[in-house]
Ligand binder design. Sequence first.
Ligand code: PGA
Length: 300
Amino acid sequence: MRIIKYVDIMSAKNEGRKKIIISPGIMVSPYARETARSFGIDIVEYSRNKREEKNMRKLFIAGNWKMNKTNSDTVKLLSDLKPRVSDAGEVDIMVAPPYTSLTLAAEILSGSNIMLGAQNMHHEESGAYTGEITADMLTEAGCSWVIIGHSERRKYFGCTDELVNKKLKKALQKGLNPIVCVGEQLEDREGGNTFEVLRRQVTKGLEGITDLVTIAYEPVWAIGTGKTASPEQADDAHKFIRELLADIYSPEDAEKIRILYGGSVKPGNVAELMAKENVDGGLIGGASLVAETFSQVVKF
Ligand code: PGA
């Protein structure tokens, strides 16, 4: 159970925030409430039901397990997760375990409201690419989603915008739903180049693509670091990406596309991020590895 304490109010004050948005499951200590009032900071509850009332795009919460979980861990985590989120009908939910667990995960998730995705794929049909995996292998294993161009793939495994584009084309050809990841490095943000980087990644990544695809905005400096982009920073980046999508597709289509935010999303900050007009869900790393935490993010 997360509790909003005095320190949280102090950090909101230091950041100049006048409003703290929390999900209804989060407690506020009496002292924190009093302190907030004295600083003129509003504590506002926001839940996923409010999104429905406002007719926002359907929420999509995806868990990226990265290089974590053996087969036995997968059985435990998914068996624990399934009942916890079975009543979250108004949210699309996906998990992306490691390749070795995909078939097993597909069996466990069969008939549930949790979809299955992979963390990467190769763009070729088949061949001499030791250690790689094809779209057909993923669909046969039971995947309907694939994450493409995650910043860790870009950073450690040489994934370029050109490769993102090739992978994307192959995934779509094979009927997989891609989540295309984009996001700037810390030096890009500090150098004022965030939008330029996003423009390049989105336009090159989506070159020649006519199908609508899901996008994940993940500022690299916020991934696994505990630093989250502020809801305003996230919304600004998402708004900019949506403008790019309006040019690539059409303004109407851009309105249909879901743009997820990723980077240290957790139960304590999910509500304020998802309250933003252009934030349509989350790509969750660390917080997707524990069933209770992930279900709190799903059902904020
Ligand atoms: P994080 O990872 O939630 O652990 O920051 C997000 C991601 O890389 O998708």
